[in-house]
Design a protein around this ligand. Structure first.
Ligand SMILES: [Zn+2]
Ligand SMILES: [Zn+2]
Ligand SMILES: [Zn+2]
Ligand SMILES: [Zn+2]
Ligand SMILES: [Zn+2]
Length: 578
């Protein structure tokens, strides 16, 4: 998986290349090695190191630079045109993706001059990076002004279209692009959920892999116009009666939806390594096993980091599709786990430490030192995740009386600050329920201010630390007056909502029985009901109407304005100290 590209912003220390007079236009070491190093222009670039917390991203992979301007510069030995673009590109607003974007964002839009696709819009960044300088440039012109009350989205941000606009321009195939983009824009958004097999067009591998199917939208985004597009074909639904009957009870899920990390990852690695087997061998495993989700896996095969590590578990699907295909499989080993326990994989998007782990994984790969990741996992695997707004009892704390820090926050934040090693409570055990006081950005900022006040133990430092702990004590008081009560109101609302929802289900069920009985002529010929519920052919119809009314009343009750008001007020009080 290519971490530095696709516009990803990196906030940790890495080496980059750049032209000294255009400092913001960075080139990653990979692009430099592949495209620049061996040319006569290489001497114009300088190597720099960006520090932690400096946002950086590679600008060289943009198609306009990589495919058009750079080859031209190398051919002519002249970088003037490219320099001009590099300078100008810095002031263009970044693409907001396919998300609806308000006019206040100030994006400049381009559209199709002849409106081949009505309403098609590309943001200026995508237009500059992917369209200008190609045969398609003349097909686009500035869009009409975005009205203040409309939200627009960038169509070129859709993966298929971003690829198609570049590839088809190379073949000067405008009609092909218009047809493909029209098709892609007509497809419903894939939600990655279980759906009836006949709800969309599916693509399946030509070499059969059981249970492997992708919806048309995801096929177009991830496979079409890549070297593997011919490995898939449209799935032909059998239309005979038996197959139709059989399909009635079936549900399919799209295996290339963005949340199915293992197979999306395997596909990218396969494309990068130009090897279909990388994907097919992963898909065979992933589509045979239960999916890696927040529900966890029981009786699975597990892997962990080399040398063993409790509480760090990688499921078979993630091991084969992610780690093995990325060439880091040998840093992991099979792990013995309790077969009857339900475990959640640490590569699952909804596992508690997913974000931290994946960030560290990317960092280690980018920096080329995989042990950073392994050390990080070893440190944090056994540490419970910060409880944030929840209380925890019978556990260890760091910090000051009334200003306690959980183990997680201590290790990931406090320990690296100036006062980190001089806190009076270290691994202090407390029976009572307590809260962590250092996860919010307000508290962290206050703590850093205390750290910067003076040498540890000096009067200035002590004064600031006192201020910090006093505030924390106050925060604790307000916590007890707000959060538990808010949880209670929310809980009650949920119960009411659930009850109303059940009434809704009952209503639908009776309605079904009512229409079934009516259609089959199994009614008794009398009308049932009363003036409030209306008159129905069957008593089931009456019950349906009653349940429907109950549902509406239930939702109204669950949505009572005074309770929302109370929640809102409590939240306002808490937010003042959060
Ligand atoms: Zn790059
Ligand atoms: Zn865009
Ligand atoms: Zn899909
Ligand atoms: Zn997994
Ligand atoms: Zn914490």
């Amino acid at each position: 998986m290519d971490f530095v590209h696709q516009g990803r912003v990196v906030d940790y220390s890495l080496y980059w290349y750049r032209l000294p007079d255009i400092p913001d236009f960075l080139v990653c070491t990979k692009c430099h090695a592949n495209e620049i190093e061996s040319t006569q222009l290489a001497s114009q670039f300088e190597k720099i190191k960006r520090l932690d917390n400096e946002s950086s991203s590679c600008s060289f992979w943009r198609p306009r630079v990589k495919e058009i301007m750079w080859p031209q510069a190398v051919r002519t030995g002249n970088m003037d045109a490219m320099r001009l673009f590099m300078k100008k590109r810095g002031s263009v607003k970044p693409c907001k993706g396919a998300n609806p974007t308000a006019a206040t964002e100030g994006i400049t839009w381009y559209g199709m001059s002849n409106s081949e696709i009505d309403g098609f819009a590309t943001c200026e960044a995508c237009y500059e990076d992917r369209i200008v300088g190609t045969p398609f440039e003349s097909k686009f012109s500035p869009h009409r002004q975005q009205p203040a009350n409309e939200t627009w989205s960038c169509d070129v941000a859709l993966l298929y279209i971003s690829r198609a606009v570049v590839k088809m321009a190379q073949q000067n195939d405008w009609a092909g692009f218009v047809a493909g983009a029209t098709r892609r824009l007509s497809l419903p958004k894939c939600e990655g959920r279980e759906v009836r097999p006949n709800s969309c067009t599916w693509y399946t591998p030509r070499g059969k892999i059981d249970n492997m199917q992708a919806c048309e939208a995801c096929y177009m985004d991830r496979v079409a116009l890549t070297r593997f597009e011919r490995e898939f074909g449209v799935y032909e639904m059998k239309t005979d009666f038996d197959s139709w009957m059989q399909s009635l009870g079936q549900y399919w899920t799209c295996k290339l939806h963005e949340t199915n990390l293992p197979l999306v990852w395997a596909m990218e690695n396969a494309i990068e390594q130009r090897d279909w087997c990388v994907f097919s061998s992963s898909a065979e495993v992933a589509c045979r096993l239960p999916p890696c989700t927040a529900n966890g896996i029981i009786r699975g095969n597990w892997w962990t980091i080399q040398g063993g590590c409790d509480n760090f578990d990688i499921c078979e699907t993630c091991y084969t599709s992610i780690l093995r295909t990325s060439g880091v499989g040998h840093f992991f080993e099979p792990a013995k786990r309790n077969l009857e326990a339900t475990l959640i994989c640490d590569f699952c998007v909804s596992s508690p430490r997913f974000k931290q782990y994946i960030r560290m994984y990317a960092k280690s790969v980018d920096q080329g030192v995989f042990s950073y990741y392994l050390d990080y996992v070893r440190t944090f695997a056994s540490v419970p995740v910060c409880p944030v707004l929840k209380t925890v009892e019978k556990t260890h704390w760091w910090g000051y009386p009334g200003a306690l820090f959980c183990h997680d926050c201590y290790l990931s934040f406090v320990i690296n600050t100036k006062l980190g090693s001089s806190v009076p409570i270290k691994e202090g055990f407390d029976e009572r329920p307590q809260i962590c006081q250092i996860w919010s950005s307000r508290m962290r900022t206050m703590w850093l201010q205390a750290c910067d006040a003076g040498a540890p133990g000096s009067p200035e430092s002590d004064a600031k630390v006192n201020e910090f702990t006093e505030f924390a004590n106050e925060r604790l008081k307000i916590y007890t007056q707000t959060i538990p009560q808010m949880d209670f109101i929310r809980g009650m609302k949920q119960i009411k909502m659930q009850a109303a929802m059940n009434q809704g289900l009952v209503s639908v069920m009776y309605q079904g029985m009512d229409s079934l009985l009516s259609i089959s002529g199994a009614t008794d010929g009398n009308l049932h009901g009363n003036s409030q519920l209306g008159w129905h052919d069957t008593t089931q119809g009456v019950q349906s109407a009653q349940a429907y009314q109950n549902m509406q009343a239930g939702f109204a009750n669950a949505n009572r304005a005074d309770e929302w008001m109370q929640l809102f007020q409590l939240e306002q009080i808490w937010k003042q100290v959060e």
